[in-house]
Design a protein around this ligand. Structure first.
Ligand SMILES: NC(=O)c1ccc[n+]([C@@H]2O[C@H](COP(=O)([O-])OP(=O)(O)OC[C@H]3O[C@@H](n4cnc5c(N)ncnc54)[C@H](OP(=O)(O)O)[C@@H]3O)[C@@H](O)[C@H]2O)c1
Length: 230
């Protein structure tokens, strides 16, 4: 059975991505920084899906280590890692008046978190016949498509895209591929109620990159399977 781990899966895009992966036959390891994800995992199990739960705060090295130990004891391989957890769409500030506690937390969660989690789980991903990492990014991190404002968020997603590029180069010749995906503007707590897409459409964009075949791309930036400008 194929296995997939999703970060920040207690709500929003992470929850829906976990559901869609389970629907496609994956055993999903649903993670969240609070206990809220446990109830979501139970809800999905009640719907007939194979779902495990483990706590994971992607900004906390001890939490990542505990998850890694749990996985090493209970799983031989991991096929898909969705680095979905994200924070601080900071529309309320600009570069000149930025609160650096917010800037630093955005970088810890949105950039360094996916980096540390990917490295920690890499041995399991390499044990898969076709490991796939999806970094859930945003057009706000694109030099071409970004907009004024949201400085902490945009810088953290831009850096996440560079991580994707660098890690793909370092994974060349292995069975593990990594890509960045923008889900579009999605109606979640972060996206707000005026967003253009519902979670199922946004999550489908993420799932595309989780399922790319062996001759598919690595080190790219995509929305709905279409290449985006960095
Ligand atoms: N919605 C959009 O329009 C949009 C557009 C482009 C990209 N994205 C990206 O899509 C991803 C999901 O966003 P969303 O719209 O679903 O937002 P959301 O509803 O605000 O969900 C964010 C998730 O990240 C979790 N999280 C925050 N900090 C964490 C940490 N330190 N460790 C683990 N989990 C943490 C939250 O957990 P708690 O419940 O504990 O806070 C929550 O589960 C993010 O990476 C976001 O940047 C969203």
């Amino acid at each position: 059975m194929q296995t997939a781990l999703v970060t920040g899966a207690n709500r929003g895009l992470g929850k829906e991505t976990a559901r869609q992966l389970a629907e496609k036959g994956f055993k999903v390891i649903l993670t969240s920084r609070s206990e809220a994800g446990r109830a979501v995992a139970e809800e999905l199990r009640a719907a007939g899906y194979e779902v495990d739960f483990h706590q994971l705060d992607v900004a906390d090295g001890q939490s990542i280590a505990e998850l890694t130990d749990y996985l090493a004891e209970n799983y031989e391989y991991l096929d898909v890692l969705i680095n979905n957890a994200g924070i601080h769409h900071d529309t309320f500030q600009n570069t000149l008046n930025a609160d650096f506690s917010i800037v630093e937390e955005a970088l810890r969660v949105n950039t360094i978190g996916p980096w540390r989690v990917s490295n920690a789980l890499m041995p399991l991903l390499k044990n898969s016949s076709a490991g796939r990492i999806v970094n859930v990014s945003s057009s706000s991190g694109s030099f071409v498509d970004s907009w004024p404002g949201t400085p902490a968020y945009s810088v953290s997603k831009c850096a996440l895209n560079m991580l994707t590029l660098k890690m793909a180069a370092d994974l060349k010749g292995t069975n593990v591929k990594i890509n960045s995906v923008c889900p579009g503007w999605v109606r979640t707590a972060m996206g707000g109620e005026n967003a253009l897409r519902d979670v199922s459409e946004g999550a489908a964009s993420i799932i595309w990159a989780a399922l790319i075949p062996d001759d598919g791309p690595s080190g790219g930036f995509f929305r709905d399977g279409q290449s985006m400008s960095w």
